[in-house]
Design a protein around this ligand. Sequence first.
Ligand SMILES: [Zn+2]
Ligand SMILES: [Zn+2]
Length: 389
Amino acid sequence: MKALCWNGVNDLRVERVPDPSILNPQDAIVRVIMSSVCGSDLHLLDGYVPSMKAGDIIGHEFIGEVVEVGAGVKKLKKGDRVVVGSIIGCGGCEFCQTDQWSLCDNSNPNPEITEKAYGYPTAGIFGYSHAFGGYAGSHAELVRVPFAETGSFKLPEGLPDESLVFVSDAFPTGFMAADMCGIAPGDTVAVWGAGGVGQMAIQSAYLLGAGRVIAIDRFKDRLEKAKTHGKAEVLNYEEVDVLEALKEMTGGRGPDRCIDAVGMEAHTTGIEQYYDKAKQTLRMQTGRPAVLRQAIMACRKGGTVSIVGVYGGLLDKFPMGAAMNKALTFRMGQMFAQKYIPQLLEVVAEGRVDPSYLLTHKWTLDQGPEGYKMFKEKTDNCMRVVFTP
Ligand SMILES: [Zn+2]
Ligand SMILES: [Zn+2]
């Protein structure tokens, strides 16, 4: 089959690879209908996630059709159209049983890597390095889906693929960001990053009762979408001092809840950007935490900082004093796909949120390398590219 393979930093190629096959009775093979790029893939492209190997198939957000099931799979059959969560969970361990799917004890066949880096191993993720299981990703014609019954959800009838594909990853990640905030009715929520996940965090904050949402980015088209589709107020951090502006907009109090939907490759202005970039390049820190620092400083006393932008390792100049003395609550994590996907399919089916506006470019898998280049450079107002094999 055809697949989009990582071959080194910024080196993606469309290659011919062997078709996947059932390796475990709980597997299914899914023919990909649509597979999306994700901001967290850029960390792979840029070489900030170790344990990638040449030839690895990337991609973790997709919908498809079941073409084969293992002997242990009863709830799915050939021909079912499904959305598959990006996080792989066994369904039986203590963490899956308590709906903390990205902490699954059994879905990562290479537990020693994250065990060493993080103290304990974490779950497998499609197409996201050998540290996260070494699973082949979804930018391919076919994907092997382990623990298929727990991670695949049948698509409601009559809705376009463009509205459903983002229920795999961007929407549940944004929803979890808002859910972790513990939003009280009327709260003001600030969201850093108005890409796919940020846009979904904005929508989700309102679903969960926020009174106001303020989106922070520098790309005008993304801020425009946050405004028109998300009903957010917007700040362009290249044009205003974000901390001052947030203070002013909230009567000197600060936002109640702050969401980091950016992660380890944050961009900022002035000397802070040069400092972070230099330290990251020299491997003296693994992430550039400009957004996280700003969220901590901006957050009101007693507020919550919720982090879904991905971090891999160590950070420098982390304002722990501000966090401690303001009694902030921190919530974070890779998303709990299987917990959120069923309820979000209902939200989409009811028409309460239509994530299809995230999709700006629909290309074929052959255009994968160009698609990622455009997504990375954010040319042509690119928010999300989806590939159809
Ligand atoms: Zn993702
Ligand atoms: Zn598990």
